[in-house]
Design a protein. Structure first.
Length: 172
């Protein structure tokens, strides 16, 4: 058995378990959340040139867009184990956005800058007249995170090394 295949499979298993642990327990203390936060804040600046509303959406958009682009890049290059990592990263971003969107009415999450800063999702949903549906919006992002776990399994199954583990004893 090729050692690289076993390591890739174990790595993917750990990623899937990590994603499920975070999603099912709403855990956002993992290091990757700090990376997500950097892209979130950068998204406000980058998309803010298109107006204040797009700037508000831009934070969560960029937080989800960056791991999505990384995943697509690795998948198209046929680096499926790396794509699996990208999908795991995307699942953590979906979780962050889920928790943030669900907090729109309550506004209990501690935000960078303290009480003086805007709660993105409060203002987004208020302007869209959807504030009363903040939990539903959050649930949509949470479900996207769960879907990412399935995509992680799909990606690692596409990996040539990993496929050899499961097709070694099949007859031609």
């Amino acid at each position: 058995m090729p050692m690289s295949a076993i390591l890739k499979l174990l790595f993917a298993l750990l990623l899937a378990l990590s994603a499920l642990q975070q999603l099912l327990h709403h855990q956002t203390w993992w290091f990757i959340q700090n990376v997500n936060l950097i892209f979130h804040e950068a998204g406000h600046l980058i998309f803010g040139i298109f107006g204040s509303f797009i700037g508000l959406i831009g934070g969560s958009l960029m937080e989800i867009l960056v791991p999505t682009i990384a995943t697509i890049h690795f998948y198209l290059q046929r680096h499926y184990a790396s794509a699996a990592f990208g999908v795991w990263w995307l699942s953590t971003a979906c979780l962050s956005v889920s928790i943030y969107a669900s907090d729109a009415q309550e506004r209990l999450l501690p935000l960078l800058g303290g009480d003086a800063v805007l709660h993105d999702w409060f203002h987004i949903l208020l302007q869209l007249n959807l504030l009363q549906h903040d939990d539903l919006v959050g649930y949509f992002f949470w479900l996207a995170g769960i879907l990412c776990v399935g995509l992680l399994v799909f990606c690692i199954n596409k990996d040539t090394d990993v496929r050899t583990l499961f097709h070694r004893n099949t007859l031609s």
